[in-house]
Design a protein around this ligand. Structure first.
Ligand SMILES: NC(=O)C1=CN([C@@H]2O[C@H](COP(=O)(O)OP(=O)(O)OC[C@H]3O[C@@H](n4cnc5c(N)ncnc54)[C@H](OP(=O)(O)O)[C@@H]3O)[C@@H](O)[C@H]2O)C=CC1
Ligand SMILES: O=C1OC[C@@H](O)[C@H](O)[C@H]1O
Length: 394
């Protein structure tokens, strides 16, 4: 019997920074290397707000896209390209609302990097626009699509360690310097308030992802309970949060989660994971541990209360395309986008709009309690197609 041709999704990459490179290279890997045959990807265009030359260099030299891929010197041109079926928004958090709206307004499907937006209101407006335009829209929380995450969600649902009552998740990097600063220039997007920097929106979202994956997402729809939030933040001299701790309480489910993020201490103390798991999913009958980093986990362990000393260790390596010498792990979320589009779905069941919105509400509340206030330009939910965030750097 002849096998069906794979569904092909044609991508346009908006911006040419670090994650754009990781993702575009993943798109260009052979899906067979990860055992996928039903979908495939093409990079048909990339745009840089800096210059067309930068976009061309990105396509030709950085990611080695086919020569037919088009380079644009503006985000506007990218979203107007009829060959582009889905736009991947890879700008700093500050820009996501305006850039994703630009693409949605043009009728494009959109995969938008995390954190989805700076405010919950911005996220709601994007969801409304996706609905109005009848297009696919998803927050790029790639970790959720890892086979490891899928397996851990299954384990949680199966009750292998009993009902889950507590989850502790940490994504922190020790960037502490003896002079009291951290190892990022004040202009760097991770600490720059104009770019919505800070530990929460950059790292903490992954800690929250693990809380939400194992305490919220797995709950039946009719039982879903938005958490109560208690948060504390220490602020860096730029005004961004440098160490953030959030407690989420789900009283109806008798469960709690603790999400941690810091630029001063590291989850992985010595680079060898000697410090233990980044994530502990604790049930009455045992615990599932995930070795970090939280965004790209490669191993989990199951420890049961009634089997003392016995630890099931499962490695989940990221497959590599040997020919392209590449495999970062973002291809699984790309495959999800392709399958959703193939199947006519406008949102992903694994990262539904409703959950992105609840997470944005949680982060907004945490920022409020922590006293972090971002500039008006980047918290506005008024779409400005020709504003600075859509047309070039301020
Ligand atoms: N999923 C993941 O694992 C990761 C996700 N991220 C997320 O991706 C997004 C981008 O992060 P990352 O790639 O590390 O960031 P980079 O700074 O490396 O790239 C961001 C790009 O955005 C464009 N840009 C437009 N306006 C500005 C501006 N005012 N200042 C800086 N850049 C601007 C630039 O591209 P150009 O000049 O071409 O327009 C720039 O190269 C963030 O939301 C981040 O949270 C980041 C790292 C990993
Ligand atoms: O999303 C991310 O994951 C990896 C981190 O290094 C990066 O800063 C962050 O944006």
């Amino acid at each position: 019997m002849a096998s069906q041709a794979p569904f092909t999704l044609k991508w346009g990459i908006m911006a040419t920074g670090w994650i754009a490179e990781m993702f575009a290279k993943d798109l260009l890997t052979n899906p067979a290397c990860r055992g996928v045959s039903d979908v495939r990807h093409e990079v048909v265009a990339a745009a840089s707000s800096t210059s067309k030359e930068r976009a061309q260099d990105f396509l030709t030299n950085t990611v080695k896209a086919p020569s037919s891929a088009k380079a644009y010197g503006s985000y506007h041109e990218l979203v107007d390209d009829p060959d582009v079926e889905i736009v991947y928004v890879t700008t700093p958090h500050s820009h996501h609302f305006q850039n994703a709206m630009l693409a949605l307004e043009a009728g494009k499907n959109v995969l938008c990097e995390k954190a989805l937006t700076v405010t919950a209101s911005q996220a709601r407006k994007l969801v409304e626009k996706a609905k109005e335009k009848n297009v696919f829209f998803m927050e790029a929380v790639w970790t959720r699509y890892f086979p490891l995450s899928i397996k851990v969600r299954e384990l949680v649902k199966s009750g292998v360690v009993g009902p889950i009552y507590r989850v502790i998740a940490d994504l922190s990097f020790n960037k502490d310097k003896p002079d009291g600063t951290v190892d990022f220039a004040d202009s760097h997007r991770i600490v720059n308030m104009d770019l919505a920097g800070g530990a929460l929106l950059d790292f903490g979202i992954y800690s929250l992802t693990w809380l939400f994956q194992s305490l919220y997402h797995v709950q039946p729809e009719q039982e879903k309970e938005a958490p109560k939030v208690v948060a504390a933040m220490n602020k860096y001299h730029t005004g961004a949060d440098e160490t953030t701790s959030i407690i989420l309480q789900f009283p109806k489910h008798k469960s709690m989660g603790i999400a941690l993020a810091s630029l001063r201490v590291g989850t992985d103390v010595d680079g060898l994971n000697t410090g233990g798991p980044a994530i502990r999913i604790q049930g009455s009958g045992g615990e599932i541990q995930v070795m970090g980093p939280a965004y790209r986990p490669l191993q989990y362990k199951v420890i049961k209360k009634d089997e003392p000393g016995k630890v099931e260790v499962v490695d989940c390596p990221i497959p590599k395309d040997e020919e392209r010498d590449w495999g970062h792990g973002t291809f699984w979320e790309a495959d999800e986008c392709a399958r959703c589009l193939r199947d006519g779905k406008k949102q992903s069941d694994t990262m539904p709009w409703s959950e992105s919105l609840v997470i944005m509400e949680v982060m907004e509340e945490a920022l409020k309690q922590g006293g972090v206030t971002y500039p008006d330009l980047i918290t506005s939910d008024v779409y400005e197609p020709n504003g600075a965030l859509n047309t070039g750097r301020k």
